[in-house]
Design a protein around this ligand. Structure first.
Ligand code: FES
Ligand code: FES
Length: 154
């Protein structure tokens, strides 16, 4: 079927098989490989993108379920070479090592900060509860989220 949606603000119209997952559509059809696939079972959170502003597991959705929606992926955070403030904070606070989990965590963090500009530690932990990171021990990620929230208050 013909799928119409916006991805990172750009209108997309493309033929897609009805069983194509949103993750495969983004990665393989649109070349947006910043969205990572880990478990493909809805557990790890690596594939998280925003669908009309809400974090979703793109491995669990069919692309056609995003028909008419606005999808945001990590590629849309920082057009061009400059980093988004979230990416800068993750780098400065050692919120990533291998980076496999990072795109999904960045997208969930963005949704959290839009809803809660100054989240409590509990809210940050609840957000991170949907993401597995095998490298960082999470403290650097928490520090990065706190730092960017504080900087956005100024
Ligand atoms: S790849 Fe989607 S939750 Fe793990
Ligand atoms: S930075 Fe390696 S899995 Fe999170």
């Amino acid at each position: 079927m013909t799928l119409r949606l916006t991805v990172n603000g750009q209108a997309v119209e493309q033929e897609v098989e009805v069983r194509r997952t949103l993750a495969d559509f983004l990665r393989e059809d649109l070349g947006l490989t910043g969205t990572h696939l880990g478990c493909e079972h809805g557990v790890c959170g690596a594939c998280t993108v925003l669908l009309d502003g809400e974090p979703v597991r793109s491995c669990l959705l069919f692309a056609v379920q995003a028909s008419g929606a606005a999808v945001e992926t990590v590629e849309g955070l920082a057009p061009g070479e400059a980093l988004h403030p979230l990416q800068t904070a993750f780098r400065e606070h050692h919120g990533l090592q291998c980076g496999f989990c990072t795109p999904g965590i960045l997208m969930s963090t963005l949704a959290l900060l839009r809803a809660q500009p100054l989240p409590s530690d509990q809210q940050i932990l609840e957000m991170l509860g949907g993401h597995l990171c095998r490298c960082t021990g999470y403290q650097g990620i928490i520090d990065a989220v706190r730092a960017v929230a504080r900087s956005w208050q100024r």
